[in-house]
Design a protein around this ligand. Structure first.
Ligand code: HEM
Length: 445
């Protein structure tokens, strides 16, 4: 049935013009989500070029979305990311295959295994920040390089500097070659005689494939399996005893780099800006790290409450992704309304995080609000929720805490722009428009 004919559209309203609405949804979510909520109520319906989307910032409805049986859902917008990630990526999987894959991939991103990467995270933070000291820099460039190095070391298990440099170059070439034209218009995924954006992307992609193939061979040939996540993928078995194929492992490695490196990098850049615009917050973090003493481990500093609160408040005020989206395979009853199959439902992270009932003075950066009370998964959701909640959430939080504490305790940060940066959409993430321009110096003692 045409979604237009469904009674839902009579009960839910929202902006009508398809192209303009899609543009606003993509480019100005911070401005238009609250406007649409005020004008049309919550939930509201958006008729976008990639389908009809029911959006909500209500915790009670978000709880329903996250609690629904996963068989109700398909992942959203998979055609766009398929060329980059491959068909065996967690982001594209659904149903039982998705559940089995998460079970296999989750352990190394949690608990003791994840904490083993604390040293890698602190070393990467120290070396990248130290190398950027001196002249003015866009801190986003520093954090991108830093978080990519953490993934290449902790996930891919790359140890030597030449391999690291080569991997960095090939990964960055692929990510740079991703072009919206062929991501959103699959018929443009053709070579056109070696010319055009898709041909350029394929060349970069093939180079990365060859680099990963060589690397897989080297990792397999090791006598002792490494502590890295790739070694664990090679050793892991599904419940039926089968192992992951090389093609499958490569899809997941590309997925982890794509989902994990820019997101964490932007979060660290936002945290750096917000913390240093609030000198009291920076001073508390510095005093807390100092109080641990000079031989405190990276794991110790990651446990500090002031650091944890600052990261949480950063991801509340400046969430990197603005919505968690699911496309319905079956109708879903949401707040008494039946939403038909084919529609997409979206938990709007920015709306939930800006709700004054839960976050008084929501535009203020007040990390201590996280010490004053606790928030439920439907009230605080920078990593989404339910069966598709980010598998890298604990890993990203851990890295962010270590990197921020290292920066604040060991370096002086001068913000070079008087006005705070504004969030702008970069790919699907929300980035600071200025890139966070800073001058860094080793800490004056
Ligand atoms: C601050 C950093 C990060 C943020 C804000 C973030 C946010 C998110 C969000 C909102 C989702 C969608 C969840 C949903 O639909 O409910 C997601 C999914 C995902 N994230 Fe992250 N993420 C971050 C870092 C990472 C890292 C470091 C990794 C890997 C090491 C990672 C891997 C993934 C994967 C594989 C998924 C797909 C999960 C699935 O579909 O089952 N992310 N992330």
């Amino acid at each position: 049935m045409e979604a237009r004919e469904h009674p839902l559209t009579m009960e839910l309203s929202g902006p009508r013009t398809k192209l303009l609405t899609t543009y606003r949804l993509l480019k100005k979510p911070g401005e238009y989500f609250p406007k649409w909520k005020a004008q049309y109520g919550d939930p509201f319906l958006v008729n976008a070029v990639n389908g009809r989307i029911v959006l909500t910032g209500r915790p009670d409805l978000i709880k329903q979305i996250f609690a629904a049986d996963p068989s109700h859902y398909d992942p959203f917008g998979v055609d766009a990311i398929a060329p980059l990630l491959g068909s065996e990526s967690l982001l594209l999987m659904k149903g039982d295959a998705h559940r089995a894959e998460r079970k296999l991939l989750m352990p190394p991103f949690h608990g003791k295994r994840m904490r083993a990467y604390a040293g890698i995270m602190r070393d990467a933070a120290r070396s990248h920040i130290a190398a950027a000291c001196g002249g003015p820099v866009a801190f986003c460039d520093v954090t991108q390089a830093l978080t990519l190095e953490v993934i290449l070391r902790a996930v891919f298990g790359v140890v030597d500097s030449p391999t690291l440099a080569y991997f960095r170059k090939t990964v960055v070439s692929v990510l740079d070659a991703v072009h919206p034209s062929f991501m959103f218009a699959p018929f443009l995924q053709r070579d056109f005689g070696g010319f055009g954006p898709y041909a350029k992307f394929r060349r970069a992609f093939e180079t990365l494939e060859a680099t990963m193939d060589d690397h897989l061979e080297r990792v397999r040939a090791k006598d002792e399996p490494g502590e890295d996540i790739l070694s664990m993928m090679l050793a892991a078995r599904y419940d039926d005893g089968s192992a992951m194929s090389d093609a499958h492992i490569k899809d997941e490695l590309r997925t982890i780099v794509t989902a994990g490196h820019e997101t964490t990098a932007l979060a660290l850049a936002w945290a750096t800006d917000l913390v240093h615009r609030h000198p009291r917050v920076a001073a508390t973090i510095r005093a807390d790290v100092d109080a641990l003493g000079s031989d405190a481990s990276a794991e110790d500093i990651a446990k500090l409450r002031s650091v944890d609160d600052a990261i949480k408040e950063t991801l509340r005020l400046r969430p990197i992704l603005t919505e968690a989206l699911r496309t319905l395979r079956k109708p879903l009853t949401l707040g008494g309304l039946e939403i038909p199959a084919g529609h997409t439902v979206a938990a709007v992270i920015t709306l939930v995080h800006g709700d004054p009932d839960n976050y008084p003075d929501p535009e203020a950066f007040r990390p201590e609000r996280f010490s004053e009370r606790s928030y439920k998964p439907n009230e605080y959701l920078p990593y989404g929720g339910g069966h598709r909640r980010c598998i890298g959430a604990a890993f990203a939080d851990f890295e962010l805490r270590i990197a921020l504490a290292t920066l604040v305790a060991e370096f002086d940060v001068e913000l070079l722009d008087d006005s705070p940066p504004k969030p702008v959409r970069r790919n699907i993430t929300m980035a600071p428009d200025t890139g966070v321009r800073v001058r860094l110096r080793p800490r004056a003692r």
